[in-house]
Design a protein around this ligand. Structure first.
Ligand code: SF4
Ligand code: ZN
Length: 314
């Protein structure tokens, strides 16, 4: 196969776009897809201060590098979850990446915050991933607002978004469906959130990371149980093989025609949020979910059984 743009030998085949590219032209394609994704959804401008959540995986590091190459004002944020083995490896990758490219980095240490994830797993009676997700969202939001960033960017790609959309649709979860997309406005004390890689597949981002020589962290978290998302991604990969381009069409159709309908439905039974009495974080309770997790970890002796007061609500 020849590169569509320069007619050299193609090294990356892209059936969804009915084309293939050599390395140089693929990187140009990637840049254009990121720029198009930013422009189409009006994600941010060169005047914004962008905080990029960096897990150490290929997607978030690719996003950070590409935005800095495009001249955006970016700072990385890494949450060190204090999981033995996995967290030091991920943090090392992120620190080396930022040093190599001269990029600003903020690290939040969950061990120092009294929120080490192994403690959450060992001591609280709730699924560790739901608590961990809540803790990460809390520090993403709080850091963005406290440090006066105007937008928070994450490296979710099209496959991540499709798997989430499919999961939300299977459950007809109106609250989540009204709140999914690459562009979530600042609302109720939460930072504005964007996903600039929404037009790019996992395969395309992996190719970018490889061609740009990005060292990334790929060992799965020892607590990972994301079997359903992996299954949905496989289903959609099979569908895409039969019908190239269907993923992006489905997602764009949802953004243009589906999400507005769900947003209207969700507004009708919206929940009132106020500030947590301890930390000021938006919550529907007196004390937010993360402050309650912290309390439960502090108060509860190791090995104690019974309810921990963290019921999964904010
Ligand atoms: Fe947290 Fe690991 Fe669960 Fe991911 S898999 S949410 S890092 S505990
Ligand atoms: Zn709080």
């Amino acid at each position: 196969m020849k590169c569509k743009r320069c007619k050299e030998t193609a090294v990356v085949a892209l059936p969804s776009h009915h084309t293939g590219f050599c390395a140089e032209c693929f990187l140009l394609f990637f840049t254009r897809q990121v720029e198009r994704g930013i422009k189409e959804r009006k994600l941010f401008t060169h005047d914004d201060r962008i905080l990029v959540a960096l897990s150490g995986g290929k997607d978030s590091l690719s996003l950070m590098l590409e935005l800095s190459r495009l001249g955006y004002d970016v700072t990385g944020l890494h949450i060190d979850l204090a999981i033995p083995g996995s967290s030091p490896a991920a943090r090392g990758v992120v620190e080396r990446f930022c040093e190599k490219h001269g990029l600003n980095l903020i690290v939040k240490e969950m061990g120092a915050e009294g929120l080490a994830i192994p403690d959450v797993k060992a001591r609280l009676n709730r699924p560790v991933c739901s608590a961990c997700g809540k803790i990460k969202r809390y520090f993403f939001n709080k850091t963005a607002l406290d440090e006066k960033f105007t937008v928070l960017a994450t490296g979710h790609n099209l496959d991540d978004e499709i798997a989430r959309l499919f999961s939300n649709t299977l459950r007809w979860d109106v609250a989540y469906l009204s709140d999914q997309g690459p562009d979530l406005a600042a609302d109720g004390g939460f930072a504005r959130k964007v996903k600039p890689l929404w037009r790019l597949s996992e395969f395309e981002t992996a190719n970018y990371a490889f061609l740009m020589g990005i060292e990334h962290h790929y060992a799965p978290c020892p607590y990972s149980g994301g079997a359903s998302f992996t299954f949905y991604k496989k289903l959609w990969t099979d569908l895409e093989e039969e019908m190239p381009g269907r993923k992006l069409d489905f997602y764009q159709g949802f953004l243009e025609r589906g999400r507005p309908v769900f947003a209207r439905a969700d507004n009708e039974d919206g929940v009132d949020l106020s500030g947590c009495t301890r930390c000021g974080y938006p919550t529907s309770n007196e004390v937010c979910g993360v402050c309650r997790i912290r309390d439960a970890l502090r108060d509860k002796p190791v090995g104690a059984e019974g309810t921990d007061g963290t019921d999964g609500t904010d």
